[in-house]
Design a binder for this molecule. Sequence first.
Ligand code: KG4
Ligand code: ZN
Length: 337
Amino acid sequence: MRVLGIETSCDDTATAVVESGRRVLSSVSTNQDEFHAKYGGIVPEVASRQHVALLSAAVEDALARAQTPLESVDAIAVTYGPGLIGSLVVGVASAKALAFATGKPLHAVNHLHGHVFAPFLDREEDPPYPFLALLVSGGHSQLVDVRSADEMTIVGRTHDDAAGEAYDKTARLLGLGFPGGPLLDKLAQQGDPQAYAFPRYRPAPGSFDLSFSGLKTAVRYFLESPEGAEAPPEDVAASFQAAVVDALISRVDAAMQARPYRALVLSGGVAANSALQRAVREWSERNNVPAFIPPPKYCTDNAAMIAAAAYHQRAFTRVDPLTLGADPNLKFELLSP
Ligand code: KG4
Ligand code: ZN
């Protein structure tokens, strides 16, 4: 079973061919960073225009690399939300056109569910259910209780900024480029994570929620203070990162104590963060719960995870209609329109 995946929810134009929801035959992602860097953030209109310019060639590229002609594909999977509306419609319209032209079934995928399936790609064994997934990206920070491919519930979420957003905004305060997350990660590797004690949000007992806006503001006020003006940027970066990682790990720990899970899954762009990966591995060893961390290319937005989600969810019993529309505010719980 070969699925062609299409993902255009934000600023990555991504296509992939995945066999049996696991074996990645090709995964192509055209990064648009050079077009957005001069604005210091993603410009939605620029992103959708770039998707229009890049997507057809990206589909051909994924099929060619997978040595799979379009006729040999068994299904077409596409992200239909949540995300930027102008970006989503480009992928959805292309997927519908391909499904219409070839008669292949169309499968609409929730972008966030895609991230949950990233650890299934190119691995010998799947994470065992039930598992806890920590989804940390530029748009989302959530703890997800995953009972099966079709039963997922958010058990903790951020009240304000997503972890990646906090990284990007703090990177901007430090005068780093865009996207800030990976640059801050690199800078922090030379710094002292205990140099400054930035605040950690503590949720009410029994809650596994997160919040990063207080931390971001604390870093801002600190940098504006006389002490902050003299502070080595690598120490500020490392101390900020320590606060983010501490918050994430303490919430994972609390959720795991409240309910037993057979595995911990880390996914989303921030899952590529070196300090977070180290902390998750240490936590996993300490608690004897296996951790599944996808390689960076599957942590950030990609189409292979979308093809994988389509394969695993509802085992292909549903086919979505060609009237499918994009839903920028798609709720996490929704599997299909
Ligand atoms: O999942 P993703 O590619 O797109 C969204 O759906 O948001 O995540 C992108 C986010 C950005 O905020 C980026 O700065 C962050 O992930 N990111 C990182 C790292 N690599 C990507 N944050 C911290 N450390 C990294 N190494
Ligand atoms: Zn994402």
